[in-house]
Design a binder for this molecule. Sequence first.
Ligand code: FES
Length: 56
Amino acid sequence: MYVCLCKNVTDSDIEAAVANGCGNMRELKSALGVGSQCGRCTSHAREVLYEAKQTA
Ligand code: FES
């Protein structure tokens, strides 16, 4: 499912980024561009990030 429409980022993209070492929103933003355009996805992206970290 898409999390960030501006940058075409899905929840699986975020999970993969976490598996590759992204640990916070700043790193996720520089790796995938999430939240770097309209910013509306930021809170959902943060939830997906923390969920991925818990299951990693
Ligand atoms: Fe992610 Fe716009 S939906 S920056």
